[in-house]
Design a protein around this ligand. Sequence first.
Ligand code: ARG
Length: 466
Amino acid sequence: MAKKLWGGRFSKKTNPLVEEFTKSIHYDYKLAECDIFGSLAHVYILEKCGYLTPAEKGKLEEGLDSIRQRLIEGKGKFSIHNKEEDIHTWIQNELYKEVGDLVLKLHTARSRNDQVVFATKLYCKYAIEDLCDGCISKLAIALNTLAKQNKEIIIPGFTHLQHAQPVRLRDYLYAYEEMLRRDYRRLQYIAQNIIITLGAGALAGTPIGVNEYRWGAEAFLKEVKNWKKEFNIEATVNSIDTVSDRDFVIEIISALSILAMHLSRLAEDLIIWATKEFDFIEIDDAYCTGSSLMPQKKNPDALELIRGYAGRLYGNLVSVLTMMKGLPLTYNRDMQLDKEPLFNSFEIVCSELRVLEGLIKTLKFNKKKIEEHLRDESLYATDLVYYLVDKKIPFKEAHTIIGKLIKYSLDNGIEIKNIPEDKLKVFSDKFVKKEIVTLFDPRVSVESKRSINRKARTALERARQE
Ligand code: ARG
């Protein structure tokens, strides 16, 4: 049998340079099991419409199962040096070793254009499930636990990276948990919208009827064992679109880019918090690296790479979007180039989530240092404005009064709480010194903020756990 899945109309051998240049086996081997799954479904369909006898179906099934078993045991080794151009060809050739010429019937009414979409869609469904229930949930839980363990801590909140108002540390950590919840739902939604189909052929459909596809796929999903299969296989509704479509790849890399952006922001916050200047946190030694020259250094390299890798994700997204733009319908070989960015994006975010989970679980807060930062009176300026507003001064006017008071305090190097009452009264006769001094308290400040619907959050958390 010919090594390639084509070749009949050629009188010359492919130039070895072209052979190597067009290969994808060194990365699309990741689709192996999903491609076998598609082949098994196809075998059931071929039997339903009489292209295969039940005995032939059984033989092909056995052959495909044993290839899968070998793959699971790690017996397939893939690199650019494999002689096959892609994983679909490799499986076909392996199957030849198992069932001989019977393999020639498997490609009836089938094209790699359809196979590759089937396998990639299935791969994406599995990969999303693993990422969501494995890595994303685990980091969300780690953040939630850290928040609960440190629920008493209040930190300075920032806008423009300048002291703004005190906030609860747990709300800060919950904010990242919220982002992860959105990422989770976004990916689930994309996965639900991926419809797995057969029957596109190369582009024009196949001679097999819609009902045969339906019955074959139903029988297959019911009978086949040892596969996760929480999805349907349907006959294509538009074969031209099926083989041309890579929207799902773009949607996934886009959702993963958003996730990577969130992780990059978390990494950046932690990098800043770990500086001598902030000193809010101590990152565990196991998550830092040193310097070859400066012995004192403990650097947050892992976090820096998480910040940096977001760029790689965006690059992957732009590369697939650009590759697809302007492609005439239907399949073009350019589309083979969707796989490396897709796989790479999954791999990066998965590693990032796992590293962050461990780092978060071992993170320590430096309460003393945080308390020092909280002594900065500017953090309470807004509370002073509300104080005057409560005394019926219009907000804008109160804002100006406090602005002037802060300027006076800075210009004269005197803290507001040390300004004598008669001097305070120059700014506003509503000021009562013994009331003012109680406001420079982080707890008073956070407790005065009543707009956060914590009950809804608790209810939501409970609902998510159920
Ligand atoms: N390895 C190819 C890919 O991933 C398979 C499809 C090849 N189809 C073709 N008509 N040459 O896109």
